[in-house]
Structures are given as structure tokens and as C-alpha cells.
Ligand binder design. Structure first.
Ligand SMILES: [Zn+2]
Ligand SMILES: [Zn+2]
Length: 367
């Protein structure tokens, strides 16, 4: 079993001096079997009564074991919606600790309920598909589409690699997409710093850059499906920690995520989050390369290499690969900035018109 310490290794707000809150709710991440870690929850300061959240699939994969190990009551997450999260929160009043066992939806619903009832939250991911594992952000659907809100990071996360190993490949690929997206999001954040004087946290930046180094290093070494899981998980956790200390998705979500949000709006949950972000990453990397003199000069983060990483891990390289209509993407490029007018990115700096959008699509190689 391996223990990654966070609370005592991260800089405080005063030490960093960046202006962000530097929340340090996350104490540690354990990488080990559920049987090793879960029975120690009480010793780790997580008090009973517990409530376990899972969906039908993650119940079979790991939820049932966690339920048995804790001797606690389980709750079924049925929809990726705020309404479902509210209903479950109402059922767990008085619970001291909530354990979310699952993918993005279950983790976010459990995170939401724990925040609402003031319980401690433990995150047990069953797939390396997104960077919400330890982030304080909850992203669920309301009536008019997806919405992200700030809640609190978990106190603990438990990564059982045997569980993660059984995740479907398309969810693993999504995790790659969500991390590689940071090649763009960090440059959009820097635009905010330079053009509109936005606060910038060097601690969060270092965590995100470390994520990129860990993951692109693993891809470059052509690591197999098993040995590449730990680097992927570590990269996703680092990104979540960066969001925790800034209390914002800013370090991990730029123009490429806006493209994904636009697709959510138009298509619902058609593709995994990280796959949509990957499409956004190719488009926005192309746009930055066209217009931003501060874009990466290092070969390893330029569009050509991003496409090579995508090829190696199986992320889409063309619209035909996943069946996205060209007109939808053109509209996404033109309209996506409106989803968050206040989050400054390359799309806000140079609002693309139809001709620009066509050129961006062409340059991205997606066409
Ligand atoms: Zn994301
Ligand atoms: Zn800072």
C-alpha cells in the first residue's frame, strides 16, 4: 500500500501568496486494495455512521465490497442530475461519512450530498476517466444542461488498482483526454493573467505541469495498459489538487473544456467527458498556435505531438472517427465562449467568426 500525503505537503495561502484560498481538505490518497484501506477508516478519523453511494455497475465492481467492509447502508445513484443528488442528500441526513464508489457521476453526486449534509467525503474511483476524483467541483445536469459548482474536495481517496484495471477502455481514454486538455487550459489561464490581470497560482501551475510531464512521459515510453494506470491516476489526482487549492476549475479547464460544454449542451451525454475535451484540445491548440505568441515552444506540447499522443492512446484524430458533424463543431468554435463569458480564454480574446472557425478546424487536422 502506498500513501500520498497532501494536507501537510501543500503550501498554505500565505506561503504561496497567490490570492487563491489554498484549501487543503484532501489529507491523503491511498493506493492499495479496498480490503487493506477501508477497514481503517475509523482510525483515519472517518466516523460512523457511513453511507455508501454507487450505481448498478459500480455496486458489482466495488460498491458491494465497500458496503460489506464497513457494514454500512448503500444508496443507488440513478441519474447525473442535481435533482438525484438532492434526493439522496435528503436520505442521508445525520450520516457522518459518505463514500462515493464509482465514475464521475457517482463521485459528484456523493460529493454534493456530503457537502450538503456536512459529512466527510471519501472518493473511491472505479475508472480513471476524469479529474474530479479529488477536485472540489461537482458537474451535473440541471434542467437546461450541465452546470459546475464549487463544493469541497474529499478528505481521502482510495485507489484500488485491481478495480481500476477493470474499467472499460473508453473510460481510460477519457482520462487521457482530460489530462492532455491541460496543455491548452494552462495557456488560457496565462492569457487571463497577462491580458486581464487574473490571479495565477504557481503551486497549482506546478501540479498541472507535473501531471502533463507524468502522462506524456508514460505515453512516450509506450507503457502497456497496466503500467500506465498509475501515471494516469497520479496525473488526474494532481489536476484535482490544483483545483482544490485554487477553489476553481481554472487551472484545469480552458477553451477546450468550453467546446466540450457546448457539445454537452447540444448532445447531452453522448461521449465521455475527456473525449469531448480532447476534440476541444486539438481545435484550441490549433487556435493558440495561430494567434498566441505565448503558446508552447517546446515540441512536446505542440499540436503535432498532441496528435501523436492521441494516436498512441486511441483518442479521436478526426471528426469521422467519432461521427461528429462538421457544422456542430463550427458552431461550437464560434459560440462556446458565451457559455462562460467571464472565463477569459483564446476564444474570448479573439472571438472566432465563421471563416476563422473553418480555418481552426482545418489546422487542427480533425477534418
Ligand atoms: Zn475535465
Ligand atoms: Zn497559490
Amino acid at each position: 500500500m502506498e500513501k500520498l500525503e497532501f494536507r501537510h505537503t501543500l503550501k498554505s495561502r500565505e506561503e504561496c501568496g497567490c490570492g487563491y484560498p489554498h484549501d487543503r481538505s484532501l489529507e491523503a490518497v491511498f493506493i492499495g486494495s479496498l480490503e487493506e484501506v477501508v477497514p481503517r477508516f475509523n482510525d483515519l478519523g472517518l466516523e460512523a455512521p457511513y453511507a455508501i453511494f454507487y450505481d448498478e455497475i459500480t455496486y458489482r465492481v466495488a460498491g458491494r465490497r465497500v458496503e460489506e467492509l464497513l457494514g454500512a447502508k448503500g444508496f443507488l445513484v440513478t441519474a447525473p442530475t442535481f435533482r438525484n443528488a438532492e434526493e439522496l442528500a435528503a436520505k442521508v441526513r445525520g450520516v457522518e461519512s459518505i463514500v462515493g464508489v464509482g465514475g464521475g457521476t457517482v463521485i459528484d453526486v456523493a460529493k454534493y450530498a456530503a457537502y450538503k449534509v456536512g459529512a466527510s467525503f471519501v472518493s473511491i474511483p472505479t475508472a480513471p476517466s476524469h479529474d474530479g476524483i479529488v477536485s472540489p467541483i461537482v458537474s451535473l445536469f440541471e434542467e437546461y444542461g450541465r452546470k459546475s459548482i464549487l463544493m469541497r474536495s474529499p478528505r481521502l481517496a482510495v485507489i484500488d488498482l485491481e478495480v481500476i484495471k477493470s474499467a472499460p477502455r473508453k473510460l481510460v481514454i477519457s482520462g487521457y483526454g482530460d489530462v492532455l486538455a491541460k496543455i491548452v487550459s494552462i495557456k488560457d489561464w496565462q492569457l487571463g493573467r497577462e491580458d486581464v490581470g487574473e490571479a495565477y497560482c504557481p503551486t497549482a501551475e506546478r501540479l498541472v505541469l507535473e501531471s502533463l510531464e507524468i502522462l506524456t512521459g508514460s505515453i512516450a515510453r509506450s507503457e502497456g495498459p497496466e503500467e500506465s494506470l498509475t501515471p494516469l491516476i497520479r496525473a488526474l489526482i494532481n489536476c484535482g489538487v490544483a483545483m482544490m487549492i485554487t477553489g476553481s476549475s481554472r487551472p484545469a479547464s480552458g477553451s477546450e473544456h468550453l467546446i466540450s460544454h457546448y457539445l454537452d449542451m447540444k448532445l447531452g451525454r453522448k461521449y465521455p467527458h475527456g473525449v469531448q475535451c480532447a476534440i476541444g484540445t486539438l481545435l484550441m491548440a490549433a487556435y493558440h498556435e495561430m494567434r498566441n505568441p505565448n503558446w508552447w515552444t517546446e515540441e512536446r506540447y505542440r499540436l503535432k505531438m498532441i496528435r501523436e499522443y492521441f494516436r498512441r492512446v486511441g483518442l479521436p484524430l478526426s471528426l469521422d472517427d467519432i461521427g461528429l458533424p462538421r457544422s456542430l463543431i463550427i458552431n461550437a468554435i464560434i459560440e462556446a465562449w458565451r457559455i462562460r463569458p467571464d472565463r477569459y480564454t483564446i476564444l474570448h480574446k479573439y472571438r472566432p467568426r465563421t471563416e476563422d472557425a473553418k480555418l481552426i478546424l482545418k489546422e487542427s487536422g480533425l477534418e
